[in-house]
Design a protein around this ligand. Structure first.
Ligand SMILES: [Zn+2]
Ligand SMILES: [Zn+2]
Length: 258
């Protein structure tokens, strides 16, 4: 892909305000950029990456492996910054989910063990995995949340808590260990149902999402109805109390002597 080095170009773009078209750039902070994935594998799919300042050792930010193997403290700091800046992106996505579809669903944050593009980047992807650009087994398995190729942010952050030998082992990220995971049989990540081929998988994922939407929307509706019923009840109670009060006041009025 000609786009292999394009992320690095983006990451070096001018400070403070990156000169990138709005069709590419979604958000930025002083230290990170978030761009639309050019081939989204879900309804919402972004890449967040560290910006490259002149003072930074560019080569160390090549990918997750080079970062982890370089300097444990710097690596942790970089990843925590991605985590921090991803929060706003996630909030924006959730707002858009509710606006467009009336509910919000899970968003995954993580890295590919063996990335297909240079320059460290973390994927921010909605869990539907419904998208025309999801076209083959490799695409799907690279985002399957339990297949092992997609490294969840929390999982990577845990590596920093381990001892040196554990950290060193996890930092290897060797292609020979991870790439075979992309060849796993197609299975729905939600219900584990086996899928014959990509078209059946895609239809199944769409149906899973439709189901999730129906459930969420009807739950919301039920909640609204319950709230409405309980507020009607409150009104009725308040009215009852008012009447009781009036009655008490009447009862207290001394009966005039005849
Ligand atoms: Zn990637
Ligand atoms: Zn399923």
């Amino acid at each position: 892909m000609a786009a292999l080095g394009v992320l690095k170009q983006y990451a070096k773009t001018s400070i403070p305000s990156p000169s990138l078209p709005s069709s590419i750039l979604f958000a930025h902070t002083e230290t990170t950029l978030t761009i639309f994935d050019a081939y989204p594998k879900a309804m919402f799919h972004f890449l967040i990456m560290p910006r490259l300042l002149a003072s930074m050792e560019t080569a160390k930010y090549h990918n997750l492996r080079t970062l982890l193997q370089w300097d444990r403290a710097k690596a942790k700091e970089t990843i925590l910054q991605l985590q921090e800046d991803a929060k706003q992106v996630v909030a924006d996505i959730e707002e858009e989910m509710v606006r467009l579809h009336g509910f919000k669903w899970k968003i995954w944050l993580g890295f590919h063990a063996v990335p297909s593009m240079d320059h460290l980047h973390m994927h921010i992807i909605s869990s539907d995995l419904c998208s025309p650009s999801l076209k083959n087994k490799k695409h799907y398995n690279s985002f399957h949340p339990k297949a092992g190729f997609f490294l969840h942010l929390d999982e990577v952050l845990e590596w920093f808590e381990g001892d040196d030998s554990y950290y060193t082992t996890m930092s290897q990220l060797s292609a020979s260990r991870y790439e075979p995971l992309l060849k796993a049989d197609l299975k729905c990540w939600k219900c584990s149902a086996s899928q014959k081929n990509i078209p059946t998988l895609k239809a199944h994922l769409q149906e899973e999402w439709n189901k999730e939407k129906r459930k969420a929307v009807s739950q919301k509706k039920r909640k609204r109805e319950e709230e409405a019923a309980s507020s009607t009840l409150d009104d009725a109670n308040a009215e009852d109390n008012r009447q009781k009060k009036r009655q008490e006041t009447l009862d207290d009025t001394p009966t005039p002597a005849v």
